[in-house]
Design a protein around this ligand. Sequence first.
Ligand SMILES: [Zn+2]
Length: 233
Amino acid sequence: MIERNTTKEAVRPKCWTIDDMKRSLLEALRGRFLLTCEYPDTILLNETWMDILEDLHKPGKIQRNIRNIFRPISPLRTSPIEYGFTVVTNRKKNTVFIPTKKSVGEKTHVSFEDYDKKHFQYLLGILHSHPSGQLFSSEDILPLMTGANFFAGVVTSSKYYLAFKAKDTKGMGSNNFVNRGYLLAMARAHLILTSRNPSKDTRSFGMTKSMFRELNMPLYVGNRLQFKLKRTR
Ligand SMILES: [Zn+2]
Protein backbone atom coordinates (compact mmCIF):
# COMPACT_ATOMS: atom_id res chain seq x y z
CA MET A 1 0.00 0.00 0.00
CA ILE A 2 1.29 3.44 -0.85
CA GLU A 3 1.29 5.66 2.18
CA ARG A 4 0.14 9.16 1.47
CA ASN A 5 1.05 11.67 4.12
CA THR A 6 0.41 15.02 2.51
CA THR A 7 -1.03 16.38 5.76
CA LYS A 8 2.18 15.46 7.56
CA GLU A 9 4.23 17.18 4.90
CA ALA A 10 2.14 20.31 5.20
CA VAL A 11 3.13 20.70 8.85
CA ARG A 12 6.74 19.68 8.39
CA PRO A 13 8.88 22.25 10.21
CA LYS A 14 11.04 24.62 8.17
CA CYS A 15 13.46 24.80 11.04
CA TRP A 16 14.75 21.86 13.05
CA THR A 17 15.85 21.95 16.63
CA ILE A 18 18.47 19.40 17.67
CA ASP A 19 15.62 17.26 19.04
CA ASP A 20 13.93 17.29 15.61
CA MET A 21 17.23 16.28 14.03
CA LYS A 22 17.74 13.43 16.51
CA ARG A 23 14.19 12.19 15.90
CA SER A 24 14.79 12.18 12.17
CA LEU A 25 18.09 10.27 12.57
CA LEU A 26 16.38 7.60 14.69
CA GLU A 27 13.63 7.33 12.07
CA ALA A 28 16.28 6.90 9.37
CA LEU A 29 17.89 4.15 11.46
CA ARG A 30 14.52 2.37 11.31
CA GLY A 31 14.55 2.77 7.55
CA ARG A 32 12.19 5.73 7.39
CA PHE A 33 14.13 8.32 5.44
CA LEU A 34 13.01 11.78 4.41
CA LEU A 35 13.26 12.87 0.81
CA THR A 36 15.74 15.65 0.05
CA CYS A 37 12.85 18.07 -0.51
CA GLU A 38 11.46 17.28 2.96
CA TYR A 39 14.52 18.51 4.83
CA PRO A 40 14.13 21.88 6.59
CA ASP A 41 15.72 25.18 5.58
CA THR A 42 17.55 25.65 8.85
CA ILE A 43 18.85 23.69 11.82
CA LEU A 44 19.26 25.38 15.18
CA LEU A 45 22.06 24.06 17.36
CA ASN A 46 21.67 24.14 21.12
CA GLU A 47 24.38 24.97 23.67
CA THR A 48 25.34 21.31 24.09
CA TRP A 49 25.80 20.66 20.40
CA MET A 50 27.71 23.87 19.87
CA ASP A 51 30.05 22.85 22.70
CA ILE A 52 30.46 19.41 21.13
CA LEU A 53 31.34 20.92 17.75
CA GLU A 54 33.73 23.42 19.33
CA ASP A 55 35.35 20.62 21.31
CA LEU A 56 36.48 19.11 18.03
CA HIS A 57 39.22 21.71 17.97
CA LYS A 58 40.38 21.04 21.53
CA PRO A 59 42.74 18.31 22.65
CA GLY A 60 41.73 16.06 25.53
CA LYS A 61 38.54 14.54 26.78
CA ILE A 62 35.31 16.47 26.46
CA GLN A 63 33.83 17.90 29.66
CA ARG A 64 30.09 17.77 29.40
CA ASN A 65 27.55 19.69 31.44
CA ILE A 66 30.03 22.37 32.38
CA ARG A 67 28.52 25.31 30.64
CA ASN A 68 31.19 27.55 29.35
CA ILE A 69 29.57 30.93 29.83
CA PHE A 70 32.88 32.59 29.07
CA ARG A 71 33.06 31.01 25.66
CA PRO A 72 35.50 33.16 23.71
CA ILE A 73 34.04 34.88 20.67
CA SER A 74 37.40 35.45 19.08
CA PRO A 75 39.86 34.14 18.17
CA LEU A 76 38.42 30.75 17.31
CA ARG A 77 40.52 27.87 18.44
CA THR A 78 41.65 25.74 15.53
CA SER A 79 43.64 22.62 16.17
CA PRO A 80 46.11 21.53 13.48
CA ILE A 81 45.16 17.91 14.24
CA GLU A 82 41.86 16.32 13.25
CA TYR A 83 39.62 15.10 16.06
CA GLY A 84 36.40 13.16 15.77
CA PHE A 85 33.38 11.96 17.72
CA THR A 86 31.02 9.16 16.84
CA VAL A 87 27.28 9.82 17.22
CA VAL A 88 25.56 6.62 18.30
CA THR A 89 22.35 5.25 19.69
CA ASN A 90 21.51 2.65 22.30
CA ARG A 91 20.23 -0.88 21.64
CA LYS A 92 16.62 0.26 21.93
CA LYS A 93 17.34 2.86 19.23
CA ASN A 94 15.55 5.56 21.20
CA THR A 95 18.41 7.78 22.44
CA VAL A 96 21.11 9.61 20.56
CA PHE A 97 24.36 10.13 22.40
CA ILE A 98 27.94 11.11 21.77
CA PRO A 99 30.59 9.19 23.69
CA THR A 100 33.02 11.52 25.41
CA LYS A 101 36.06 9.68 24.06
CA LYS A 102 37.50 11.53 21.14
CA SER A 103 39.32 9.94 18.23
CA VAL A 104 42.60 11.68 17.60
CA GLY A 105 43.76 11.80 14.02
CA GLU A 106 46.49 13.36 11.99
CA LYS A 107 46.71 16.56 9.98
CA THR A 108 44.61 15.28 7.11
CA HIS A 109 42.34 12.59 8.50
CA VAL A 110 40.97 10.92 11.57
CA SER A 111 40.34 7.18 11.64
CA PHE A 112 37.55 5.38 13.48
CA GLU A 113 38.92 1.89 13.09
CA ASP A 114 39.17 1.46 16.86
CA TYR A 115 35.45 2.14 17.09
CA ASP A 116 34.10 -0.18 19.75
CA LYS A 117 30.98 -1.94 18.53
CA LYS A 118 30.50 -3.71 21.85
CA HIS A 119 29.72 -0.48 23.66
CA PHE A 120 28.02 1.57 20.99
CA GLN A 121 25.23 -0.28 19.34
CA TYR A 122 24.33 1.72 16.28
CA LEU A 123 26.44 4.31 14.57
CA LEU A 124 24.43 7.25 13.26
CA GLY A 125 27.24 9.44 12.05
CA ILE A 126 30.62 10.99 12.63
CA LEU A 127 31.57 14.54 13.59
CA HIS A 128 35.13 15.60 12.94
CA SER A 129 37.33 18.62 12.48
CA HIS A 130 39.06 19.90 9.39
CA PRO A 131 41.80 22.27 10.45
CA SER A 132 41.69 23.84 7.00
CA GLY A 133 38.62 25.52 5.51
CA GLN A 134 37.94 22.38 3.47
CA LEU A 135 34.38 21.14 3.21
CA PHE A 136 33.88 17.36 3.46
CA SER A 137 36.24 15.09 1.56
CA SER A 138 34.85 12.39 -0.73
CA GLU A 139 35.88 9.76 1.83
CA ASP A 140 33.89 11.60 4.53
CA ILE A 141 30.63 11.31 2.65
CA LEU A 142 31.16 7.80 1.30
CA PRO A 143 29.43 6.21 4.35
CA LEU A 144 26.31 8.26 3.50
CA MET A 145 26.27 6.80 0.00
CA THR A 146 26.80 3.24 1.17
CA GLY A 147 24.17 3.59 3.89
CA ALA A 148 26.60 2.92 6.75
CA ASN A 149 25.97 6.37 8.30
CA PHE A 150 23.01 8.72 8.32
CA PHE A 151 24.74 12.05 8.74
CA ALA A 152 28.17 13.64 8.95
CA GLY A 153 29.51 16.82 10.46
CA VAL A 154 32.66 18.82 9.94
CA VAL A 155 34.02 21.83 11.82
CA THR A 156 36.53 23.87 9.85
CA SER A 157 38.52 26.90 10.97
CA SER A 158 35.43 29.08 10.51
CA LYS A 159 32.33 26.96 9.73
CA TYR A 160 30.11 24.11 10.86
CA TYR A 161 28.84 21.74 8.16
CA LEU A 162 26.22 18.99 8.50
CA ALA A 163 25.28 16.60 5.68
CA PHE A 164 22.48 14.04 5.67
CA LYS A 165 21.52 10.90 3.84
CA ALA A 166 18.05 11.23 2.29
CA LYS A 167 15.74 8.65 0.75
CA ASP A 168 16.77 9.83 -2.72
CA THR A 169 20.50 10.22 -2.01
CA LYS A 170 22.50 8.74 -4.84
CA GLY A 171 24.52 5.70 -4.00
CA MET A 172 25.45 2.50 -5.76
CA GLY A 173 24.75 0.07 -2.95
CA SER A 174 27.09 -0.83 -0.14
CA ASN A 175 30.21 -1.30 -2.25
CA ASN A 176 32.80 1.36 -1.35
CA PHE A 177 34.85 0.64 -4.45
CA VAL A 178 31.91 1.27 -6.80
CA ASN A 179 30.83 4.41 -4.93
CA ARG A 180 34.39 5.78 -5.04
CA GLY A 181 34.37 5.28 -8.79
CA TYR A 182 31.05 7.11 -9.01
CA LEU A 183 32.41 10.06 -7.00
CA LEU A 184 35.58 10.15 -9.02
CA ALA A 185 33.61 10.31 -12.28
CA MET A 186 31.53 13.09 -10.76
CA ALA A 187 34.64 15.02 -9.71
CA ARG A 188 35.92 14.79 -13.27
CA ALA A 189 32.59 15.98 -14.63
CA HIS A 190 32.73 18.93 -12.20
CA LEU A 191 36.32 19.59 -13.33
CA ILE A 192 37.63 19.14 -9.80
CA LEU A 193 39.93 16.43 -11.07
CA THR A 194 41.30 16.81 -14.56
CA SER A 195 44.25 15.33 -16.39
CA ARG A 196 46.03 18.67 -15.80
CA ASN A 197 45.19 18.50 -12.16
CA PRO A 198 45.61 14.85 -11.23
CA SER A 199 45.09 14.06 -7.60
CA LYS A 200 48.01 12.37 -5.88
CA ASP A 201 45.53 10.28 -3.97
CA THR A 202 42.70 9.55 -6.37
CA ARG A 203 40.68 7.98 -3.56
CA SER A 204 39.98 11.28 -1.85
CA PHE A 205 39.26 14.82 -2.98
CA GLY A 206 37.43 17.85 -1.67
CA MET A 207 33.68 17.90 -2.23
CA THR A 208 31.92 21.02 -3.49
CA LYS A 209 28.44 22.26 -2.63
CA SER A 210 27.21 21.54 -6.16
CA MET A 211 28.28 17.91 -5.78
CA PHE A 212 26.08 17.61 -2.69
CA ARG A 213 23.18 18.98 -4.72
CA GLU A 214 23.82 16.43 -7.45
CA LEU A 215 24.02 13.60 -4.92
CA ASN A 216 20.74 14.69 -3.28
CA MET A 217 22.47 15.12 0.06
CA PRO A 218 21.03 17.95 2.16
CA LEU A 219 23.96 20.11 3.30
CA TYR A 220 23.87 22.77 6.02
CA VAL A 221 26.41 25.46 6.81
CA GLY A 222 26.79 27.91 9.67
CA ASN A 223 29.45 30.16 11.10
CA ARG A 224 31.24 28.90 14.17
CA LEU A 225 29.73 30.07 17.47
CA GLN A 226 26.42 30.80 15.71
CA PHE A 227 23.44 28.53 16.42
CA LYS A 228 21.82 28.77 13.00
CA LEU A 229 22.85 26.45 10.16
CA LYS A 230 21.29 27.21 6.78
CA ARG A 231 20.69 24.75 4.03
CA THR A 232 22.81 25.33 0.94
CA ARG A 233 20.93 25.43 -2.36
ZN1 LIG B 1 37.26 14.75 6.79
